[in-house]
Design a binder for this molecule. Structure first.
Ligand SMILES: Cc1cc2nc3c(=O)[nH]c(=O)nc-3n(C[C@H](O)[C@H](O)[C@H](O)COP(=O)(O)OP(=O)(O)OC[C@H]3O[C@@H](n4cnc5c(N)ncnc54)[C@H](O)[C@@H]3O)c2cc1C
Length: 617
């Protein structure tokens, strides 16, 4: 290997995986995390304590997450002699998450948590996810499962299960998927039969269960969707159960097996260190589960975990695209190749090669990555803030923030996944041939992000949810709340001369969004519901582009305000960079909506199976 390449490899290895300055700018300046500390619930915190938490997550990630990122990929989780073998660093990750309180970080003090705003919890997840997205899945799912018990379980269940989950001694999972029921949860057949002691006998197979089994936790609590004997068909007959892998005594000591059998571990394209198990409940004897919440309301209870898991998945997308962006940026600054074209149109072959960051096409790819990764992060922090406000505000405002979160969740899950993949693909392209090789992390980021548009509801299902439910829910009230948020940002941005044209452009695109929705709704009003929903995924892209443009305008208005208020030279150039990225987004991404709108309103229906049953596919 030449000296140049040795140096390059060294630098790439050392390239940071997360941009703390941008993260802190978003938290402090754009979303004003400090204002949360004015509410009673978060009064124990201040900006300094938030910052300390972020910095300690970064130093833990530097030491214990990033160093094992590649190793967990090259030594994947696997099934051997009835057990799932995972990388030993999983033990450290679970222990640390228990010790530093991050598993229960958003739980109330009464429930053994830290009562931290979701905004800060997600920011921590962003840092850790950029270091090692698979490893953080283990405590992440444990947190979600414990949160479900805390929210819907009775005191006895909470006492029995949550302390050891919060401490990281036990793992937690969500068990929805069955071989015949993936997207369509109404087809779940796992059964639950009531026993004389009040518990239920659970029987059935669950597949693709993340973090379902390994040796570094003493026990697992599976949150299982099942159908109580005699329950109504469809989603109205699904209940939620807490099912431990092992039975326990009153002191939380494991006694014997509860007959949850680990059948295997799926081998995957990416996230190879995060095991994906097949579990059989009650195959070898009675497997006891305890009802969480109300009979037949299991799916709506599970939605709490699914909604927060959707934000988590979106955040993993933002983390991975950020890490990829920073890696390719570093490479582009160091890799000499080719020469710039002079004003006469010639290349001077006598001159030194320039670093590839000088080429407009490479800059385009880097700016694209910056816009997608930071735009995604911004939206996810915005959603987290809405979640926090929906918990602490007055009743009327609570509803508004809740509805805003509802309408934005499918976008916050899907955009970072779908566009993040495209963004990482561009990052890989920046490295040329090396991007395709295992010497660098880019190819792993590319494989790892691919799952984000599949689990927690595929892009197709998220898009149906957005168009078929969220846009029209409460007679379009949630959408109106969103339009009002847009208006606030337009007003603020319009006060700055430089941003005025962009505020106007955004106003036009958001009006276009409203008009297009009105036109599409006419199709549903006329009764052609299948046609209305047939291009839901295209609509998802259309609406997402406007939502991310809103975030970029908001970021720019904040950056401009800081410049005008007298930032020093260093900060001014940081803020100017944000405004430049907004301009790039408006030119290269938002304008795509013109073509997308044409697709959405096009009279031909080419994907709906036709009445004559002619086969076109
Ligand atoms: C690595 C990994 C980890 C996972 N972790 C978990 C976990 O921890 N717990 C858990 O319960 N599950 C988990 N899953 C399962 C995951 O949630 C499902 O794979 C996903 O919901 C899709 O279901 P499916 O695979 O059965 O695909 P299908 O539902 O068969 O979908 C196949 C395709 O058809 C489309 N489609 C399906 N129905 C419709 C429709 N009505 N309209 C339009 N398009 C439709 C989908 O969008 C998709 O493109 C995991 C999966 C993987 C791969």
């Amino acid at each position: 290997m030449s000296f140049f390449f040795l140096n390059l490899v060294k630098n790439i290895v050392m390239a940071d995986y997360v941009d703390m300055k941008t993260l802190k700018f978003l938290l402090k300046e754009v979303y004003d995390a400090n204002k949360l500390t004015k509410y009673d619930k978060f009064k124990e915190y201040d900006v300094e304590s938030f910052e300390m938490l972020l910095d300690s997550t970064k130093s833990f990630s530097d030491k214990f997450l990033k160093p094992f990122y590649k190793e967990m990929d090259t030594n994947p989780a696997h099934y051997k002699n009835g057990k799932i073998i995972v990388h030993p660093s999983v033990e450290k990750v679970m222990r640390n998450a228990g010790e530093n309180g991050s598993i229960g970080s958003i739980f109330s003090y009464d429930d053994g948590g830290m009562q931290l705003p979701l905004l800060i919890h997600q920011a921590n997840g962003f840092i850790a996810g950029a270091a090692n997205n698979g490893a953080i899945g283990y405590p992440g799912l444990t947190s979600g499962a414990a949160h479900l018990i805390v929210t819907f379980g009775n005191d006895e269940l909470k006492k029995r299960f949550t302390p050891k989950m919060i401490s990281g001694d036990w793992g937690g999972t969500m068990c929805l998927t069955e071989p015949q029921a993936g997207s369509s949860l109404s087809d779940i057949i796992t059964s639950a039969k009531k026993l004389s002691d009040g518990s239920y006998s659970i029987k059935g197979d669950k597949i693709f269960i993340s973090g379902g089994d390994h040796d570094y936790c003493d026990n697992f609590v599976h949150l299982v969707l099942a159908r109580i004997d005699g329950a109504p068909k469809g989603t109205k007959g699904i209940s939620l159960f807490a099912v431990p892998k092992n039975n326990i005594d009153e002191n939380h000591n494991v006694t014997d097996s509860n007959n949850v059998t680990t059948i295997g571990d799926f081998q995957k394209l990416g996230e190879k260190g995060f095991c994906t198990t097949h579990l059989a409940f009650g195959e070898k004897g009675v497997c006891k589960g305890w009802l969480v919440g109300t009979e037949n309301k299991g799916l709506s209870h599970m939605f709490q975990m699914m909604n927060s898991a959707r934000i988590d998945v979106g955040m993993k997308g933002a983390s991975l695209s950020t890490a990829a962006y920073l890696s390719s940026l570093e490479y582009a600054k160091e890799r000499p190749q080719g020469r710039r074209i002079s004003s006469s149109g010639n290349k001077n072959i006598e001159s030194d090669q320039v670093n590839i960051i000088e080429h407009p096409d490479v800059r385009r790819m880097l700016l694209f990555q910056e816009c997608i990764s930071q735009g995604s992060l911004a939206l996810l922090l915005q959603c987290s803030l809405y979640y926090d406000l929906s918990k602490v505000e007055s009743d009327e405002k609570k509803e508004k923030y809740h509805d805003l979160l509802e309408i934005l969740t499918p976008i916050a899950k899907t955009y970072p996944a779908e566009k993040g993949l495209e963004s990482i693909s561009n990052g890989l392209q920046v490295l040329g041939g090396y991007g395709f090789c295992t010497d660098y992390d880019l190819e792993q980021y590319y494989r790892d992000i691919r799952i984000m548009s599949i689990y927690e509801g595929t892009t197709g299902i998220q898009s149906l949810d957005l168009m078929g439910r969220k846009i029209i829910m409460k007679n379009g009230e949630s959408f109106k709340f969103l339009i009002n948020e847009f208006k606030e940002t337009i007003e603020k941005a319009s006060t700055y001369e430089e941003l005025k044209p962009y505020a106007n452009t955004f106003k036009n695109y958001s009006k276009d969004l409203s008009d297009t929705i009105m036109e599409l709704i006419q199709i549903a009003i006329k009764g052609d519901h299948e046609r209305y929903i047939s291009d839901a995924t295209i609509f998802m892209e259309y609406m997402s582009n406007v939502v991310i443009a809103w975030q970029w305008l908001k970021i720019s208005a904040c950056a401009k305000e800081k410049i005008i208020n007298g930032a020093d030279d260093h900060l001014t150039s940081f803020y100017e960079k944000k405004i430049h990225a907004m301009k790039f987004y408006f030119k290269y991404e938002l304008t795509r909506n013109k073509g997308i709108k044409e697709i959405l309103l096009h009279p031909d229906s080419l994907t709906i199976p036709n009445k004559e049953k002619k086969i076109f596919i």
